[in-house]
Design a protein around this ligand. Structure first.
Ligand code: TYM
Length: 341
């Protein structure tokens, strides 16, 4: 065997986060988490639960605490490997809130006003259009920039926020000196926008009132099959990827994303068959993916001490990296260093 004498180039760094306001959906899994699991060998990965972002919408404290722990366990069950990756809880690393305030002062009101998620959410929660909802992208920029991330893999709905983080990074670097790498969004080819099974013009979401539109990671096989059988399609009954066939296109995207097949291969597989064959086939690949995750999730939830040890150690690792960036930023702005210890 040849001995490895040359040092390999440092791995590029990836950062991504997930809100924990309920059980993860198939959209979170296909658009984000499953791909993030796949990055762990090639990149240095840092992932986290965005529980500070989550309170831009009111949360019931009891349910919220449960969702945070369960979401952490789900991420491990889906394949986040703590031997390779840092997985922490955002609220346990205070630098996120600190850098977020600073970046608020380097982001323009006009930039934030253009964010489509703000427009959508402020319509949906018209009784609680709080300032946090408006400045949410500054916190997200802080999440990304604190860890000097090169890439930010996200579903298509988060692209605009990553672009704002790029603008803020460039602005700060230009005003002072190079401080942050300018992060690039990574959007998957299939599954980047998984739509509601009941209304394929809307993205699949945890907060959808129509439960039949969303597959959650906790759904049992019968529920998954039932939801797919009821999925809205069209009157054509031909499995074909085409404009105007949003419901079928969405099912094909889900199928493609889980089987690795192209749209042409799927069309050939179901040639001469109708939606009556196609829908259960999509349900089956989803069931096959979710059942082992649910089993592992159950095992993890039976060991809360292990989970606590994991998130505590990982918050410490994240804090170590985050405070290095934050102190660099504060020094550049002109703050005096605090000596608290
Ligand atoms: P969140 O919690 O809404 O979603 C987590 C990830 O899942 C993706 N996603 C989807 N992808 C495809 N189809 C869908 N229906 C679907 N629904 C969700 C999202 O694009 C995301 O990648 N603001 C972020 C969380 C966040 C973050 C960050 C992300 C906070 N700080 C820093 C990246 C970097 C959010 O609300 O994602």
């Amino acid at each position: 065997m040849t001995e490895l004498t040359t040092e390999s180039a440092p791995k590029k760094r990836i950062l991504s986060m997930y809100q924990c306001t309920g059980v993860f959906t198939l959209g979170n899994f296909l658009g984000a988490i499953r791909n993030h699991v796949g990055f762990q060998d090639e990149y240095e990965c840092i992932y986290a639960l965005a529980d500070l972002h989550a309170i831009t919408v009111r949360q019931d404290p009891k349910k919220f605490r449960k969702y945070i722990l369960e979401s952490y366990a789900y991420l491990l069950a889906m394949g986040i490997d703590l031997e390779k990756t840092i997985l922490f809880i955002q609220s346990q690393v205070p630098e996120h809130a600190q850098l977020s305030w600073i970046l608020n002062c380097y982001t323009q009101f006009g930039e934030l006003s253009r964010m489509t998620q703000f427009k959508d959410k402020s319509q949906k929660h018209a009784d609680n259009v709080n300032a946090g909802l408006f400045t949410y992208p500054c916190l997200m920029a802080a999440d990304i920039l604190l860890y000097q991330a090169d890439f930010v893999p996200v579903g298509a709905d988060q692209k605009q926020h990553v672009e704002l983080a790029r603008n803020v990074a460039e602005r700060f670097n230009g005003l002072y000196s190079p401080t942050f790498p300018v992060p690039q969004p990574l959007i998957p080819k299939h599954g980047a926008r998984v739509m509601s099974l009941q209304d394929p013009s809307k993205k699949m979401s945890k907060s959808d009132e129509n439960l039949n539109g969303t597959i959650t990671m906790a759904d049992d096989p019968d529920t998954i099959l039932r939801k797919f059988k009821r999925a809205v399609t069209d009157s054509e009954s031909q499995v074909r990827y085409a404009p105007g066939k949003d419901g079928v296109n969405n099912l094909m995207e889900i199928y493609a994303s889980l089987t690795g097949k192209t749209m042409e291969e799927i069309e050939r597989e179901f040639e001469g068959k109708g939606y009556g064959d196609f829908k259960p086939a999509v349900a089956q690949v989803v069931i096959d993916a979710l059942v082992p995750i649910q089993k592992r999730f159950k095992e993890l939830m039976e060991d809360p001490e292990y989970l606590e040890k994991c998130y505590t150690e990982n918050a410490q690792k994240a804090h170590y990296l985050a405070q290095k960036t934050l102190s660099k930023v504060m020094k550049k702005i002109g703050y005096l260093p605090a000596k608290l210890h």
